[in-house]
Ligand binder design. Structure first.
Ligand SMILES: [Zn+2]
Length: 496
């Protein structure tokens, strides 16, 4: 047996270990979540301790993501998740558990997507069909053309050049001065989009590709604001930044670039209904007044919808669990709502507002969690300065946990927005971004691997205590449609 001197043996062993763990794990970033030294003997203090010691949020996110999976509205998997959520509410002792239905239109299911260069390096690369756009009916082949027209006027300049072409619609190196800001007339904006779609179809373009806007191979999912195949335009897809910029470089060589593209999504044969899941803890003194704690249960389908939005859904159920576990009986009713259709345009929360329009005055406040695993730092007041006082009171027990921020900022794009527009004090949680926007949001990266458990637990503490305090406080938060300055042709129901 060859004897190796000990020093050499040590070095060899280190090299061996290095070989086995080529990427030593990076030192974890210090958690921004403050540690509470003690819990006050108050209802809020009991809720904080109950959640710190017994939170089930991570397990619920893992169940929704790993066991049920992507929950596109209109899909069987979302129905499965809704049945599970209803059963969880029952297990946790909620009252008045029910589903509220609304008309959704045609459902859509993703098929097999793929792209392959037929010229140059012949590489295959990832494409993700834009949801609720037509399929390519098998593989189509066409030459690429950069069509970075931003409005109808610019698009008309391409007349006669589009037949049989696959269009690149994003120009990340666009040096042109930005277009004049539009008025707040969203209808005009929609009409122009429809005219552009019609022009592209009439000119015989085959498909449209958009850059996903994130690098590292990340795809992006969106679409479905319109669920009518007649108006769905061209087959369309997102392409991760790296292959997209490769296509642009090849086009810049002034050589024909040919692509084979397959987009396999399908519309359902018949329209479907979609549902919101509702349960509540009835108020002991003012049962007709309601604090609504909500999140959307639907998700996109490239990943498993862990941080968008199994996290928010798990937090809503955790608040229910902790309130029950501490035996707290709120004065006002606390209503737990898991919306659907959020990703297609806040459809579930808009339907809820319409269905409950006669009762909206009875809502004390709406709290929505929808920005992933990051800790809660405060709430957007949606321009409602008059709500700052009571909201500051509601989050006071959470200040030491890092919940202090009450920004007047007006944020749309999640389920508080339809309530806010109807004059109800409705606030979205402001959160640590973690790797939400640069990573998991609508991408194939959205798995529980990206959860930050202590931040998620803090989020559950923040939402449960704020809801409790709002249910207990003597005063009512003032309602009123907040007349805010118009800000460009904002799509009032663009999802986040
Ligand atoms: Zn979301």
């Amino acid at each position: 047996m060859l004897r190796i001197p000990s020093a050499l043996a040590g070095l060899a062993l280190a090299a061996l270990l290095q070989a086995q763990t080529p990427f030593p794990p990076a030192a974890p970033a210090p958690s921004p979540v403050p540690i509470l030294k003690e819990y006050p003997d108050t209802p809020a203090g009991r809720l904080l301790r109950e959640i710190k010691d017994h939170a089930e949020v991570v397990a619920r996110v893992e169940y929704l993501s790993d066991v049920i999976g992507p929950r596109l509205t209109g899909s069987d998997r979302l129905r499965q998740a809704q049945a599970w959520a209803g059963a969880e509410m029952a297990r946790l002792g909620a009252a008045n558990i029910h589903e509220e239905a609304y008309d959704f239109g045609l459902a859509w299911t993703r098929g097999t997507d793929g792209a392959r260069l037929l010229t140059h390096n012949g590489i295959r690369f990832r494409v993700d069909q834009q949801a609720w756009t037509p399929a390519t009916r098998g593989a189509i082949q066409g030459e690429l053309l950069l069509v970075d027209a931003r409005n109808l006027a610019e698009l008309l300049a391409f007349k006669g050049q589009l037949k049989g072409k696959i269009l690149l619609r994003t120009n990340p190196d666009d040096k042109r001065p930005p277009l004049a800001r539009r008025g707040a007339d969203f209808a005009a904006y929609q009409a122009e989009q429809a005219a552009m779609t019609q022009f592209l179809q009439e000119e015989g373009a085959l498909a449209a590709l958009t850059m996903s806007g994130r690098k590292n191979g990340l795809g992006f999912a969106s679409g479905g604001a319109g669920r009518d195949p007649q108006k769905a335009g061209l087959p369309a897809a997102y392409v991760p930044q790296e292959p997209y910029k490769m296509l642009l470089r090849l086009l810049a060589r002034k050589e024909p670039v040919k692509l084979e593209l397959t987009l396999g999504g399908a519309f359902s044969k018949a329209p479907v209904q979609a549902f919101n899941v509702v349960g509540e803890l009835r108020g002991s003194e003012r049962p007709d007044e309601v604090v609504l704690l909500g999140a959307h249960l639907d998700s996109w389908d490239l990943g498993t919808g862990a941080t968008d939005n199994a996290t928010g859904s798990a937090i809503v159920l955790e608040a229910l669990r902790a309130l029950q576990a501490t035996g707290l009986k709120p004065k006002r009713t606390i209503r737990f709502v898991l919306f659907s259709g959020e990703e297609q345009g806040l459809l579930g929360s808009r339907a809820y507002v319409e269905a409950h329009r006669a009762e909206l005055d009875a809502i004390q406040a709406v709290l929505i969690h929808d920005m992933g695993t990051g800790m809660v730092k405060g709430f957007t007041l949606q321009g409602r300065e008059a709500c700052r006082g009571p909201m500051a009171q509601a989050i006071a027990p959470l200040n030491d946990l890092g919940v202090k921020d009450l920004s007047l900022r007006v944020m749309g794009s999640t389920d508080h927005a339809p309530f806010d527009r109807a004059g109800v004090p409705a606030f979205a949680a402001i959160q640590e971004p973690a790797d939400y926007f640069l990573g998991t949001h609508h991408s194939q990266m959205d798995y529980p691997d990206h959860l930050v458990p202590d931040q998620l637990v803090q989020g559950a503490q923040a939402m449960a205590v704020t809801a409790w305090e709002l249910a207990e406080m003597p005063g009512r938060l003032p309602h009123g449609v907040n007349l805010r300055p118009p800000t460009g042709a904002v799509n009032p129901s663009a999802p986040r």
